[in-house]
Design a protein around this ligand. Structure first.
Ligand code: SF4
Length: 330
């Protein structure tokens, strides 16, 4: 957390297990991270890394039967073990979410205005129709929808993909949440629209003090917006810290591999570096460091022992060789 940011979300030792015929499988193990007010955290990982499960645990939306332990504190309040009623009250009002597909997030048979006012009415039952409409138009302006008064009465199919995603963001922030969880918010959008979404998130953070948990595999998006990053691999934190520290001097070979795979306009080499291999299955976890079957730096100790974290000023990495490896990310 940056020095000035007050802690809003504080996750400690989060573990999530999925039940199965042969016993529970640990999908998320001992994950820690925190987000301060007005901060943006990038939660990065390949599919199966545990980022979506961690996010669903924060929202209280994990499928029935999954076991959660550890601590998820929001504004100091413990959410692990909280009642569904309490979690429902927090969702929408204090913690909001933007899902990745703007095409399915909106109801095609309701106008944009109706969907915005419906979200507002959930927490502002005494507002008049005029108040609801005025606030909805204000929200459309906030997310840079042109001619918001006219757009209010239109249907989702009359909006482009980028505009629909902006409406989804407007609905999410309708009740001034403190934390916005954005799950791959720019995946289906072209780069111009992605830049607009980044700009909107940045404005919401600056003007409203909104904290954002950005769940993505897109390191470019994280670099453009986040203050901090947590890299998950196979349900564990591989590396985390301030964005400058992690991106300019990664200490974990997996982070370095992800960064080397990001296209860059000033990269003279035409070749991008993919990380060889695939993440381990939940049913067949390797011993020791989970990354060792894919790691070019692996030593015998990596197969035997799960590495502890090592701190490096503003970042930390779980790698036996974090202090000695300086992977080339250029
Ligand atoms: Fe690679 Fe070993 Fe570090 Fe794991 S602990 S990332 S295998 S060097």
């Amino acid at each position: 957390m940056t020095e000035t940011a007050e802690k809003l979300l504080d996750i400690r030792g989060l573990c999530i297990s999925i039940p199965g015929r042969e016993g529970a499988r640990v999908a998320v193990s001992n994950v820690d991270f925190e987000i301060g007010r007005g901060e943006v955290l990038g939660l990065v990982g390949e599919s199966g890394s545990g980022k979506s499960l961690s996010m669903m645990a924060v929202m209280g939306l994990l499928p029935h039967g999954m076991q959660v332990s550890g601590s998820i504190r929001f504004n100091g309040e413990e959410l692990v073990g909280a009642s569904q009623r309490r979690l429902r009250a927090l969702r929408g009002r204090h913690i909001a979410m933007v899902f990745q597909d703007p095409m399915t997030a909106l109801n095609p048979v309701l106008t944009i205005g109706a969907q915005l006012t419906e979200a507002l009415m959930l927490h502002n039952r005494t507002w008049s129709r005029r108040q609801l409409r005025a606030r909805a138009i204000e929200l459309l302006e906030l997310v840079a929808i042109p001619l918001p008064e006219r757009r209010f009465d239109q249907y989702p199919h009359e909006f482009s993909g980028g505009m629909r995603q902006r409406v989804v963001i407007a609905i999410a922030v309708a009740n001034d949440p403190e934390l916005l969880i954005a799950d791959e918010p720019t995946t289906a959008l072209d780069v111009t629209i992605q830049a607009q979404i980044i700009e909107i998130f940045d404005r919401l953070r600056r003007e409203k003090g909104l904290a954002i948990m950005l769940i993505t595999h897109d390191l470019g998006l994280v670099a453009g917006l986040a203050d901090k990053v947590t890299i998950l691999y196979s349900g564990r934190v591989a590396e985390r810290g301030e964005i400058e520290a992690v991106f300019h001097r990664p200490r974990h070979p997996y982070t370095a591999g992800l960064l080397a795979a990001v296209p860059s306009i000033d990269t003279t080499s035409a070749r991008l570096h993919a990380i060889e291999g695939v993440p381990p299955s939940l049913l067949d976890r390797p011993s020791g460091c989970q990354f060792h079957p894919r790691c070019a730096y692996a030593l015998p100790i990596c197969i035997e022992q799960d590495p502890d974290f090592q701190w490096f000023g503003n970042s930390m990495a779980a790698c036996h060789r974090a202090a000695e490896i300086l992977p080339n990310v250029d």
